[in-house]
Design a protein around this ligand. Structure first.
Ligand SMILES: [Zn+2]
Length: 84
């Protein structure tokens, strides 16, 4: 069971809303797309124009939601330069 394994390692498992649109939410500005095809690996946010890698963007959003659930607020994110 993943949560007991995490406890043994001194970690904590946070469950987030399974309907949270982690893939379609821009990790830069929070804009949520109406839809995003499964085959799209990268997309440009129509609001802030940042380019989001699908997996990386999703991971950032899940981390952010998990952090706010824990009450530690916004986890500071390093700014990465994106060249496209
Ligand atoms: Zn954006």
């Amino acid at each position: 069971m993943p949560s007991s394994l995490a406890n043994n390692k001194g970690k904590q498992v946070i469950y987030i809303d399974p309907w949270y649109p982690s893939t379609k939410t821009c990790s830069c500005c929070g804009h949520v797309l109406d839809e995003l095809d499964l085959g799209v690996r990268r997309w440009r946010c129509p609001y802030c124009h940042s380019v989001n890698d699908r997996d990386e963007n999703t991971a950032l959003n899940i981390k952010r939601v998990g952090s706010s659930t824990l009450g530690v607020g916004d986890v500071r994110q390093s700014q990465t330069a994106i060249s496209v």
